[in-house]
Structures are given as C-alpha cells and as structure tokens.
Design a protein around this ligand. Structure first.
Ligand SMILES: [Fe+2]
Length: 314
C-alpha cells in the first residue's frame, strides 16, 4: 500500500503548473533568475523550473497586463475519470480544451472565473518533510560559513500558490468540495489555507481576500532560514528592494521573505513549513486575525494588501 495516498479521499494531490501573462519577459527573466529559478526561453515565452529539476512550474507569456491566467493541478492517473464524474456531479461544467493547450485533462473555471485544469501527473508535493536544520554550535567549530562562501540560493520546488479573491468562502467551498483540497486553517473570511488530499505542505493553495482574482504570491521552498535570509539580501542587492520579511508565519509556521515582483505580486522564500502527511486527519480551525498572519517580522508594507490584477479581469 502506498502510505502517501488515501483511498478514502478523492482529490488532487499537487500543483502542476501555472500560466501567467506579464508585461515584460525581459523583466521576468531577470527577476525570476535573480530569485534563483531556472528560467528558459520556450515557445515564445519563458518556462520556470527549479535548478536540477525538469518539472516546469510555470510558463510566462507577454501581454499588456499581468494576469494569472491558468492553474493546473495533478491527480493520480487512475482517479482522473472519477474526478471527471465528481466535478460534474458537483454542478461544475467541464470546458473544451482551450486553443493551443495540449490535449488531455479536465478544464473548468473557479467561481472567480480563473481557468483551471486537472490532469494526471507526477506528485510534485513531497511525501514527507524535506527540511534540513542549520548546523548548531556543538563541537567548538564555526557554524556560519564565511560570507564569501555563502551559497547561491536556489529554491528546490514550488511549495504553494496564494491567490487573491473577492470571496474567500466561495473559493474555499469550491477548492474543497469540487477539487478535494482540504482545509488547513482559516481566519474568518480573510484568508484560508488548503492542503492536498494525499500529503502536502500545510498549504498548496492559499486564498486571500482582495478586490478580485489573481496571484498574490508564489512560494518557493528553501531548506533553511539561512537560505531565506540569503535570498532576501540577494534580491535587495540586485535592486529588488520592495518586499516583506524576514519573519515567521503562524499558520504554516514557515519562515518567510517576500520579494515584490515587477508587477506587484510576490515571490516568497519559504523554509520549514508545516507538513501534513496523508495519514493525518488535520483539524482545520478558524483563527482570530492576530493569530493568522505572522509571529514575528517587520511591519507589513501596504503593498502586501494591494490588488495587483486590476484591469486584467474586466
Ligand atoms: Fe506563502
């Protein structure tokens, strides 16, 4: 038996990839490359991978407005037909494959109008905790490397995607009831965190109340809080000085630094996020706002609450 799979749950297990329109591929190439991603020119746009991994986490294409166009989730191959029947039984219409998209998988829209795909695919969400601990001063040697020897920060994988929405409850209902994600935690109608049905980080998808649909941030996993800090100074030294952190979240427990991208959303370096194994029946709770955001860190800049896709969804 695969202990990383629940036979009593039907639902997607991972993020596959996203498609985003951005106003400048040159700006995107520099920003995501500096952040530590493997950026390549493909099909007239950009493909985003993490170094040493063939999986394409995201594709970017050029357009007048930044817009988070499309999000693909992966399910187990032998569950695709059951997912099809389940989605239709929930009253959600399946759509024809969009022009130019590869055949296969199920296409639908979220209540916000965002185009989603469910396809059979690799489990990109980890099956167990992947974190490392920083060395501790136990044996009379130096723990920190010399700064000149500090390693380049290269995130290992996309941990989660945080979306903005004008209705957190409607999206929460959709992603749990229709796609089988599970509630990790939420704070009223302000924010919700959802994990995969078959073992994933504390959140694969986060939902944040805002003026409309869009991307709030892409969160990329790094192994230690040191890497979060090194990532922050790398971005700042390259001129990407707007951001938030370093700090620690409460819900998810991860250490974070958010670097603002050229179009108002963010890329997050995230370390040691809580992990919810397939076997655990996590109790999703409603938390007061003061317990829902961060344990410690700098004051939150207003940009963290700004809506970055006004005009794109008209
Ligand atoms: Fe995050």
């Amino acid at each position: 038996m695969n202990e990383h799979r629940r036979r009593d749950r039907l639902g997607i297990h991972s993020i596959g990839e996203f498609l985003m329109t951005v106003p400048s591929l040159d700006d995107a190439r520099r920003f995501y490359g500096t952040f530590g991603l493997d950026v390549s020119d493909e099909h007239g746009g950009l493909a985003l991978r993490t170094h040493g991994n063939d999986h394409v986490w995201g594709r970017l294409r050029a357009g007048p407005h930044k817009k988070f166009e499309q999000l693909t989730f992966h399910c187990f191959e032998d569950e695709l037909d059951a997912m099809r029947r389940h989605i239709e039984a929930q009253g959600v219409a399946l759509l024809p494959t969009p022009e130019g998209a590869p055949a296969g998988g199920l296409w639908l829209r979220s209540p916000d109008g965002m185009l989603l795909q469910v396809r059979a695919g690799a489990k990109t969400a980890p099956d167990a905790v992947t974190h490392q601990s920083s060395p501790l001063p136990l044996d009379g040697t130096r723990c920190a490397p010399y700064r000149r020897h500090a390693s380049l920060v290269q995130p290992q994988r996309l941990s989660h995607i945080a979306l903005t929405t004008s209705s957190v409850p409607a999206q929460m209902d959709f992603y749990t009831r229709v796609l089988g994600l599970r509630l990790s935690d939420h704070s009223g109608e302000g924010v919700a965190f959802l994990h995969g049905a078959h073992g994933s980080d504390h959140h694969l998808v986060a939902l944040a109340a805002s003026a409309g649909p869009g991307l709030h941030h892409l969160s990329w996993d790094v192994p230690t809080i040191d890497q979060v800090g090194l990532g922050a100074i790398t971005m700042q030294a390259a001129g990407y000085t707007d951001g938030w952190g370093v700090g620690r979240h409460v819900l998810g427990s991860n250490y974070f630094y958010y670097a603002q991208d050229p179009w108002g959303s963010f890329c997050e370096y995230s370390a040691t996020i809580d992990y919810i194994p397939a076997a655990v029946d996590w109790q999703g709770l409603d938390h007061p706002p003061e317990d829902s955001f961060y344990l410690w860190g700098p004051d939150v800049p207003p940009a963290m609450f700004a809506y970055s896709e006004a005009g794109a969804w008209a």
